[in-house]
Design a protein around this ligand. Structure first.
Ligand code: C6P
Length: 420
């Protein structure tokens, strides 16, 4: 990772117009407790640019109606907008639209796989292989499934630097493994996992591989074919889109043969008194009226990321992350979790004896928004020997001056808690 050599907002991504980008996000102009907002909680949920807000507004102002139902103009336009959004999402990750299921977010995507593919394929004695760094959303659905099916859940270990113990993966993967589910990027450690290697080895062992992309898709170009996994789950709200919309990508041959999940309207071709015939992909897995406006906003968010350029965003964030790691690393008594390399700007830390919740509350008084807690990573917290961490997470609109504001606010916490 390159190390920044100054405290200005100039970085190697010289053509990255940070002021213009910041001006696209109305919320970044507000004050919090009288201070300019320093939003360092994008891993929990990102802020939204005008173009996304306006796309949702225009959808409701001009074309809203229910989809796939009416023959009238608005319903046709709404259906075009919804299915057009699916094409944008699919194209963005190198997939076919029929393989992209709109869901509420990563959590729902993983539950869908657990309750459909899992219910049909996981049997007593089978093994489900996870890692100790999984978010609860990529752990609890598999624990529930294993409990119902009589399967066993095993966990790949995590090194002190936050990387996966790949030898452990090789050791635990066997012909009993039916599923490997792994996060692409850890929401606590920021580490980027070698998901293509993990997927390849899973395939060689005859196992299906699901990748939790919640923290990866916002920051990097995801190509599901290059990763070689079978399912990829991600949330719109962490990548500039509205809340309540996300996507599950699945390999067509798996999606075709899985049983439907929720029953209802939209997911059927025909219903008889003695049963039903499921709709073709992708509608088979989308029962009920979907989040049409959310899908429209999701597509606009992806267009915004594409216009800005994920490569350039990545370069900006890489530089900012290096700056943040250096700046926080220089604070005496502050311990950072996670690796120095192969990571994104999700930075967990503890500061002296100050509890993470106290730290977040004090920082908030200065307008600095960070997250504190277990981050839905309780087994990882236990593994690290802590109950909570403070977490600053960076995104395309953050600056070095905001990192400086974070460090300044830590100074206030130090004073209040008498940290020497
Ligand atoms: N993490 C955070 O870290 P949903 O809530 O369904 O959009 O995403 C769930 C989820 C799944 N996997 C990973 C790796 C995640 O980071 C998250 C969400 C948030 O602050 C909320 S706990």
């Amino acid at each position: 990772m390159e190390t920044p050599d100054s405290t200005s907002d100039h970085t190697p991504a010289a053509d990255y117009d940070i002021e213009r980008i910041r001006a696209d996000f109305p919320i970044l102009g507000r004050l919090v407790h009288g201070f300019p907002l320093v939003y360092l909680d994008s891993a929990a949920s990102s802020q939204k640019p005008y173009s996304v807000i306006q796309a949702v507004d225009a959808y409701y102002s001009e074309i809203h109606a229910n989809v796939h139902r009416g023959a009238h103009e608005l319903s046709i336009r709404a259906t075009e907008a919804y299915e057009g959004a699916r094409e944008v999402v699919a194209d963005h990750i190198g997939a076919a639209p029929a393989e992209v299921i709109f869901v509420r977010g990563t959590t729902e995507a993983i539950n869908l796989v657990a309750w459909t593919w899992g219910a049909a394929h996981v049997a007593e004695g089978d093994e489900i292989l996870l890692t100790k760094m999984e978010h609860h959303s990529n752990m609890v659905p598999w624990q529930i499934l294993a409990g119902r099916a009589g399967a066993v859940v095993k966990y790949v270990d995590v090194r002190p630097d936050g990387s996966l113990v790949m030898e452990d993966y090789d050791r635990l993967l066997s012909d009993r493994t039916c599923l490997v589910a792994v996060t692409h990027v850890s929401n606590t450690l920021g580490v980027v996992n070698p998901v293509a290697e993990i997927a390849r080895k899973a395939r060689e062992a005859g196992a299906v591989c699901l990748v939790d992309g919640a923290q990866a898709a916002p920051h990097m170009q995801v190509d599901v074919q290059a990763i070689g996994c079978d399912f990829y789950a991600f949330s719109g709200h962490k990548m500039l889109a509205p809340t309540g919309i996300g996507a599950l990508w699945g390999r067509r041959e798996l999606l075709e043969h899985m049983p439907p999940w929720q029953g209802g309207g939209e997911m059927i071709s025909e219903v008889r008194l003695d049963g039903f015939t499921a709709a073709p992909l992708p509608h088979k897995y989308e029962a009920g009226t979907p989040n049409i406006a959310g899908a429209v906003g999701f597509a606009e968010a992806i267009r915004y990321l594409q216009r800005t350029g994920l490569e350039r965003i990545h370069a900006w964030e890489r530089d900012l992350t290096a700056y943040a790691l250096d700046s926080l690393g220089a604070v005496e008594g502050l311990e950072i979790y996670g690796p120095k390399e192969d990571r994104v700007g999700v930075i967990s830390f503890r500061y002296a004896d100050i509890h993470a919740h106290d730290l977040a509350t004090i920082l908030d008084q200065k307008g600095v928004a960070i997250r504190a807690g277990h981050h839905c990573n309780q087994p990882l917290m236990n593994h690290l020997g802590v109950d909570a961490t403070a977490r600053a997470s960076l995104y395309l609109y953050n600056t070095r001056s905001e990192i400086d504001a974070l460090v300044d606010a830590l100074g206030l916490a130090a004073k209040l808690f008498g940290v020497a």
